[in-house]
Ligand binder design. Sequence first.
Ligand SMILES: [Zn+2]
Length: 336
Amino acid sequence: MPHPETWLKVTPSGLFCEPGGFFVDPPRAVDRAVITHAHSDHARPGHRAVLASPETRALMRTRMGEGQAGDRQQALGWGERMRVGEVSIWLEPAGHVLGAAQVAMEWRGSRAVVSGDYKRAPDPTTPGFVPIPCDVFVTEATFALPVFQHPKPEAEIARLLESVALFPERTHVVGCYSLGKCQRLVALLRIAGWDNPIYLHGAHVPLCETYEALGVPLGDLRPATVAAKAALVGAIVLAPPSAIADRWARRLAEPVVCAASGWMRVRQRAKQGGVELPLVISDNADWDELNATLDEVGAPEVWVTHGREDALIHAAGKRGIRGRALRLLGYGDEEV
Ligand SMILES: [Zn+2]
């Protein structure tokens, strides 16, 4: 059985599956790309052929326009096998954002799985991560330090709602990424019983519409920019992280600046961003989830694409799992 090292290669254009003739999440435009998910650091514009989940294809079209989302686009449903070149390929959910997939590849009995970004905590907007036994597991390591222990998202949402109840005359503006985090927050707020309109920065509107079109109900969403200032008193507004500390947010009624991110675990980071109420809600696996996942997939070898690879490789090594840092460039620009 050939070792995955002999057929899945790190090149300047990204991770290349040689017998299949395709790249996985290439950082530059290529002929054939398999895309794990629609975040901009994984889904680049301008590929000639794109293979992805139907949801990722739709989200890519929303983000980059029909013309840039791949000249030829092909969708692959969960668990459906397809032959690309000499390789058998299929997708399973990664639990990261809607449509996010792990890419499983098999060649001559040797199996590698590229996780893309993933998390293990349940998310009402996307199917949960499915562990796939394999010979090499290619993982991210965004939060691969023992200090990163994500609390339950429900508890963080409860803290937000407590603050809203405590300061009814103020507007809570929550900084969150437009793909995934925004829609997850809305869904979590609905589950927590918040039926009021949720107001959105313009950058968040198109992706919320795509989520709804793909069957994820988000309730009463309204544009914040055109809303009367009085309507925003006591309201929750979701905006990109870049907008919460600038002039855009200052027009809101005495804004309470919040941010939802795994990085909010780092107090200094919240402080620097002017965040008054940090919410530790992450779409990437924390330290325990990363390690539990390595044990579950049972691969004798793990390759780390980006993040804090040293700590994870060290922890894996102690359990007899061989580690390799791929140091792929370009990932992590849109970490959440
Ligand atoms: Zn991502």
